[in-house]
Write a protein that binds this ligand. Structure first.
Ligand code: ADP
Ligand code: MG
Length: 307
């Protein structure tokens, strides 16, 4: 990864989630949840399965509409905006399951990420007018910079479908960077990765934070990763916020320990509810290998030494 990719230099605004409630036919998935993602920080959203993390994510990206409450990004109110309007404010997301075009090259997948920023219309581009050619050259230069930043410079011409899982996840993050976001929403970026892939991804997230100054909201099961990367952690359980603060403090919060112990006990019919509280919390990070991955290493062994 290199440092050639430069942001435009303006600090992102804070993301303020206030008293957000989401109800689905009788079920309260989020119950008056609030937290603030400070400009340029990594904020982790964690909690046992079913806690409401994905629901919260979907509210922030405009996929779900909150029943009540408010989400502000600087001066903009996000609640009620459709996904493309949220994206236009500089909020980019990755998906829990990879959403790339496997037959297209890395370059073309990243160029699709630039789409929001393309000014020349389809007509000008189709007629190969000079304005469109100039713009395409600018975008492809930028795509090359971002690819280099994400350690993908040598893979630009490779079809995405031929790449290993961990690399495809980095392509997805690079594509999110291609919209020049000010806030990046990452949904379980290391799920299903092996140790080396986790280290690479953790390194990339640290680089995004340190050299680009972009705010990051991270939904993650891997507690080791969260503890190393996050400046602030918000913990959800059954749709309620049960803790928020620096990772060391949240990790030892009795209510958080209880929530994870309870979840571990539910998940494995009591087996995992042994050992120390921290171990139990990490136990719940060991779930769901995905998408051909060899399996998720216990959270304890992960997170990356570069983090
Ligand atoms: N579209 C939906 N319709 C009905 N219930 C939903 C929907 N999405 C999520 N839920 C419910 O809301 C709760 C929180 O789910 P979710 O946000 O996916 O949790 P997490 O991501 O923390 O595992 C769960 O009980 C889930 O079944
Ligand atoms: Mg989820």
């Amino acid at each position: 990864m290199t440092g050639t990719y430069q942001p435009d230099g303006t600090a992102p605004p804070a993301l303020e989630v206030r008293d957000v409630t989401v109800r689905f036919a009788g079920l309260t998935a989020l119950d008056g949840v609030g937290f603030t993602v400070e400009p340029g920080s990594v904020h982790a959203l964690i909690g046992p399965n079913g806690a409401g993390k994905s629901t919260c994510f979907n509210v922030l990206s405009g996929v779900y509409r909150a029943t009540s409450g408010s989400v502000r990004f600087g001066d903009a109110e996000l609640t009620g905006l459709p996904p493309h309007r949220v994206a236009a404010l500089g909020i980019a997301r990755t998906f829990q399951n990879i959403a790339l075009s496997p037959h297209l090259s890395v370059r073309d997948n990243l160029m699709l990420g630039r789409h929001r920023l393309t000014r020349a219309g389809f007509v000008a581009a189709g007629l190969r007018l000079p304005s469109a050619r100039g713009e395409a050259a600018r975008h492809s230069g930028r795509v090359a910079e971002i690819a280099a930043f994400a350690g993908l410079a040598d893979l630009l011409d490779c079809p995405v479908g031929l790449l290993p899982y961990g690399v495809r996840k980095r392509v997805e993050l690079a594509r999110a960077l291609c919209v020049e976001p000010r806030l990046l929403l990452l949904d379980e970026p290391v799920a299903g990765m092996n140790g080396g892939e986790r280290r690479d991804m953790a390194g990339l997230i640290v680089a995004v934070r340190e050299s680009l100054g972009i705010s990051i909201l991270l939904v993650e099961h891997d507690m080791g990763m969260v503890m190393r990367l996050a400046d602030t952690v918000t913990v959800l359980d059954f749709g309620r916020r049960i803790a928020t603060g620096p990772p060391e403090r949240v990790q030892d919060d009795p209510e958080v320990v209880r929530a994870y112990l309870g979840a571990a006990a539910r998940d494995s019919a009591g087996d995992a509810a042994r050992g120390t509280a921290r171990e139990a919390a990490r136990e719940t990070g060991r779930d769901r290998p995905r998408d051909g991955a060899t399996g998720t290493a216990p959270g304890v062994a992960s997170g990356g030494e570069s983090a």
